[in-house]
Design a protein around this ligand. Sequence first.
Ligand code: NAD
Length: 348
Amino acid sequence: MAELLITGGAGFIGSHTCLVLLEAGHRLVILDNFSNSSAIASKRVAELAGVAAQERMLVLEGDIRNSNDLDRAFNSMENGIAAVVHFAGLKAVHESVQLPLKYWDVNVAGSRCLLEAMQRHNCRTIVFSSSATLYGYPEQIPIPETTRVQPINPYGQSKAAVEQLLDDLACSEPGWRIARLRYFNPVGAHSSGCIGEDPKGIPNNLFPFVSQVAVGRRAELQVFGADWPTPDGSGVRDYIHVMDLAEGHRAALEVLQREEPQLLTLNLGSGKGHSVLEVVQAFEKASGQPVPYSINQRRAGDAACSVADPRLAAERLGWYTQRSLSDMCRDSWNWQKANPQGYSQKQQ
Ligand SMILES: NC(=O)c1ccc[n+]([C@@H]2O[C@H](COP(=O)([O-])OP(=O)(O)OC[C@H]3O[C@@H](n4cnc5c(N)ncnc54)[C@H](O)[C@@H]3O)[C@@H](O)[C@H]2O)c1
């Protein structure tokens, strides 16, 4: 059992990871400014974890760019904070092209503030949410961690900058225990349907879009490009169930705490690629609902294919994905069906 600070813990990946960490017996402080999430997500995590676990979770509203908020979080536990799982950040690629300063502020300056607070509070263990976006147009498929980092948008640049910052920190002080986890495409929801992905505004990612079409919130899906060099012409991605991803965080924390200080850089993906049209078909099957779509031109900045080589994570963490595309569709649909307006409908 350890005291953990979870930044962005009310968000999509954060909420599912909090549940897994509570179930593993940890004590959590969540720091979130709710700019892209709802406090209801954390309430539901507490309900799912059960009465005994609820006492081990504290939710604080605050910003990672504010050192007072960070100090409040670090001081909230009697025994201090042993490790940080750092999810807080902005993640919309296309918004980042429009608003690069915002992305450098929240993702890079925010991470720097957090790392300064960790130094102040003598905490040297961090799991960082990085992204496969930093591979840009990948040079090989599947993509190993040794592939060149060459982001093609400000979001990817901001993740690469934080990775570099962590690298510099690990070199400057040997005591740091750091995991940089490069996620591929997290989707799905907890099997209860009580927590899931609830993006504000128009979804940027395929799964929430598809499920909002299936539930009747949006008329049709726009497929960007049917002329990619892939088997059916639509883009291919490596989708990972959010519960597999959450379990990957627990495994990374365990390795960091058990082994000597180190810097780990790992892909978290399934190693399997699925095309947009395959996802549409699988979703229709899981939901029993039609998902109408139209074919549009390719979007600038998209790659044909992105699939992880997940072998290093399996070797270092003993972790690999266990849930299939149909599990991802079933669980996304369960969540969407039970919460057609996301968390907002239950706000009272
Ligand atoms: N979902 C993906 O496709 C994906 C892929 C790769 C990497 N990531 C990274 O994983 C992390 C979590 O992603 P997610 O999908 O759960 O996103 P999310 O938006 O659901 O979660 C991020 C959380 O951080 C909070 N937050 C944002 N700015 C903050 C700030 N300044 N201070 C405190 N809290 C703040 C938001 O309110 C939200 O709860 C992000 O860093 C993201 O870049 C996500």
